[in-house]
Design a protein around this ligand. Sequence first.
Ligand code: DC
Length: 220
Amino acid sequence: MIIAIDGPAGAGKSTISKLLAEKLGFLYVDTGAMYRALTLKVIRLKADFKDIEKLIEISTSTEIRLKKGESRSTIVLLDGEDVTIPIRKPEVTNAVFRVAAIYPIRSRMVKFQREYANNDSIVMEGRDIGTVVFPQARKKFYLDAKTLVRAKRRKLELEKKGIEINIEDIVEQIEARDMRDKTRDCGPLKQAEDAVYIDTSLMNIQEVVSCLLSHIKHEK
Ligand code: DC
């Protein structure tokens, strides 16, 4: 069984997808981590993000794998190296949209992503899972939340890491990211027609997970 979870950054996708996968005993697949890993490699190679041919060339000689870690964690392997922590650095977050907008790169990622469903039941989260990667997914969800709520969540996350940014700057960053994710030509962030839309603004994590579980059980 495939469960597809899409939505913008800060809607709670990762936390909720991980918990849901754990409750169902399914494999959790974070597709954003794959685009982030490739972006990290481009940064390390000091390649020019505007050189599309170079980026495609790098992607074809790169192996990105996700492996289950301890507890609910996922280990991200870039050419065999554990890059779980560095892929969350702000320089990666700020540049990943460039890599994610290139069609041949997305095609390659989608191919890898589909392989995860060959042997397991999965919960896969991203931007185009219900529309492009698995349009046939048994259950699709689109998680959303108001921009200010997403910004506050992000601020808390950053504060935990000792980073202070004012809320206005975070709102600006989120709006810019949404715009880029929603308007790119290939694999844009979009709700699939048959996805269940859930606004998580006023819900806590447990409430969202219970809501998803009730939709899934209802379906069985
Ligand atoms: O979910 P995230 O913030 O880790 O995603 C990182 C970036 O990758 C983000 O800019 C959107 C992009 N992405 C994408 O284009 N398609 C996906 N399936 C997942 C993420």
